[in-house]
Design a protein around this ligand. Sequence first.
Ligand code: ATP
Ligand code: MG
Length: 345
Amino acid sequence: MANAHERVFSGVQPTGNLHLGNYLGAIKRFVELQDRFECLYCVVDLHAITVWQDPAELKKSIREVAAAFLAAGVDGTKHIVFNQSQVSAHAELAWIFNCVARLGWLNRMTQFKEKAGKDRENASVGLYAYPNLMAADILAYRATHVPVGEDQKQHLELARDIAQKFNNDFSKSIADLGLAEKFFPQPEPLIAGPATRVMSLRDGARKMSKSEPSDASRINLTDDADQIAAKIRKAKTDPLPLPETVEEMKTRPEADNLIGIYAALADSDAAAVIAQFGGQQFSQFKQALVDLTVSKLAPITAEMKRLVADPGHIDQVLGSGAERAEAIAGETMNHVKDIVGFVRR
Ligand code: ATP
Ligand code: MG
């Protein structure tokens, strides 16, 4: 079992269209960490509303992400599965972090630049402050390990900077209260394996994403076998046979992506996939990839369907998770309020 101070936290936004990148980069890893750590897995609905969400769709998406966690093998009894808005500490600590983080730090965040696009003046303030809320999600539980995809690396680094600045700014108060000098730990990103950045099936330079308009760009966790087969067959490739060395993959982004997906689904690595398929035509490899993807995703998709049909059960899992999460985060918040110098009841 984990050391007493080790704790995993991660989240997925309920923004619709859960995809293979979310599964391989995050959810599959969540499952694998359960034996070694105490884990909190959160449906981050406060993050979702940084861009417009239709209220009825949002509710559906929250339950769908929770269902995906459970269907993939997250244990909501041994660990904690909940939605962010049910635990007020996230928003409260985020405000305090808004006052710790510097504008210059947030101005460097590439996700904001990508998501706000050209019309930056019209982006929500929430989208800009998103990384501070993410730091609060993690640090409210004083989590030490955060499994995420490669795209979240920069936000994790910001969370570490916020933790350090808080500890420094308030070092005297922390000492006066008799608390550990490193009140907030430095959360470690867990970004590893062959599929930390799954790319679009239509464009090897863009990440597979929920918010990408083209459905053909991603494999959704709700796709059936025919849809998966059609999307993989149509996936963009170059005209050459499969690379014969790992080195060669570096200059061939589409091949690199499909090989990475295969390796991650097979719990293998790129070198082993190349040893098996290197030099073959893409058509052959794509058929093997279709078979593997369907065999791995179909049971998850079926279980998600079953769970989503019983929203009462999902709401009960989320409610029980939120109660247990609140107990941990509440303790952190009590300390934080004392550290900052607020008068309390
Ligand atoms: P959105 O476009 O709404 O931001 P998203 O697809 O990026 O959606 P998130 O909910 O933001 O999904 O991210 C959930 C988790 O999935 C994060 O850990 C993120 O790093 C990971 N993730 C997202 N896209 C990919 C990808 N293409 N490859 C690997 N991991 C990914
Ligand atoms: Mg994202």
